[in-house]
Unconditional design. Structure first.
Length: 290
């Protein structure tokens, strides 16, 4: 369990902003931090990692106090079991992929951790290459692997996939989910992409002007906000939910979620990840697999 209570005065796009956040996150959950630019999302991750000191606050992780300004406790970033991945990869340009990963080992840790991650992240053929020879997706895989080398309890991801194309984002989302489960991490992801949030997240923590506005499953936050009124479009099936004698199909179109009610026969022909055509028929939406 992660328990935090932070107060920090920040300079936002509209001037000074008082970040005041208090919440609990269950261990092992994948939580997305969502909100408008300047809401305090990145600052929250930096406070948890220790890269930014709060004006006041408390941070407890699995019963251990990492930071308590009232009692003078403040673990240094390198003492916190946290892995951090930013948009800019932050790889050492003069080191090979393997050397970048070896740098992430903590004192006394066996190099086997690097060998294991190379296999998990499918980096075998890239080990001897330097960052400037890698694609954006390959660099991000290396950055993610390096963040995991020290076996962190918490993985913090600050929009790590935002600069990648759609297909690469899809593949790296699968990697993220795989390592999150395999390494039994508690993961906090900053993202604006609703489809990405819906696919990866157990919970969404919504920030607005430095305050927690909402905490709950992604469908609770987005379903009523982003329904599309278009009559025909192509999308991707995100979720198939049985409800009594019908099924509710959640479809992602661009950055909007649409729910379509179908019968058992139609639902049986669909699975998560299918591309579908959603169209209106006498003002009742129908869905067809492509």
């Amino acid at each position: 369990m992660i328990r935090f209570k932070f107060q920090k005065q920040l300079t936002g796009p509209n001037g000074l902003m008082d970040l005041q956040v208090e919440n609990e996150i269950e261990s092992g959950k994948f939580v997305t931090v969502y909100g408008k630019s300047g809401a305090g999302k990145t600052s929250l991750l930096r406070l948890i990692s220790g890269l930014m000191p709060p004006d006041s606050g408390i941070l407890e992780v699995n019963g251990v106090t990492w930071m308590d300004t009232y009692n003078g406790i403040n673990l240094k970033p390198q003492k916190r079991k946290v892995g951090v991945v930013f948009q800019d990869f932050a790889l050492f340009p003069n080191m090979t992929v393997k050397q970048n990963l070896m740098y992430g080992l903590v004192k006394g840790q066996a190099p086997r951790a690097v060998t294991d991650l190379v296999k998990v992240m499918e980096l075998e053929e890239l080990q001897s290459r330097k960052p400037h020879t890698l694609s954006g997706g390959q660099k991000q895989r290396v950055a993610l692997a390096r963040a995991l080398v020290g076996k962190p309890q918490i993985l913090l991801l600050d929009e790590p996939l935002s600069a990648l194309d759609y297909q690469m984002r899809q593949k790296l989302q699968e990697y993220l989910l795989r390592v999150h489960k395999q390494y039994e991490l508690t993961t906090l992801l900053v993202s604006h992409d609703i489809g990405e949030i819906f696919k990866l997240s157990d919970q969404v923590l919504q920030l607005e002007s430095g305050k927690v506005l909402h905490m709950g499953p992604p469908e609770d936050l987005f379903s009523h906000q982003h329904l599309s009124g278009k009559f025909q479009f192509v999308g991707e099936v995100l979720q198939i939910t049985p409800e009594d004698v019908i099924y509710v199909i959640t479809v992602l179109i661009d950055n909007h979620l649409v729910k379509v009610i179908v019968d058992h026969e139609t639902a049986s022909q669909l699975q998560v990840g299918d591309r579908v055509l959603v169209a209106s028929k006498a003002f009742n939406p129908v869905i067809q697999k492509l």
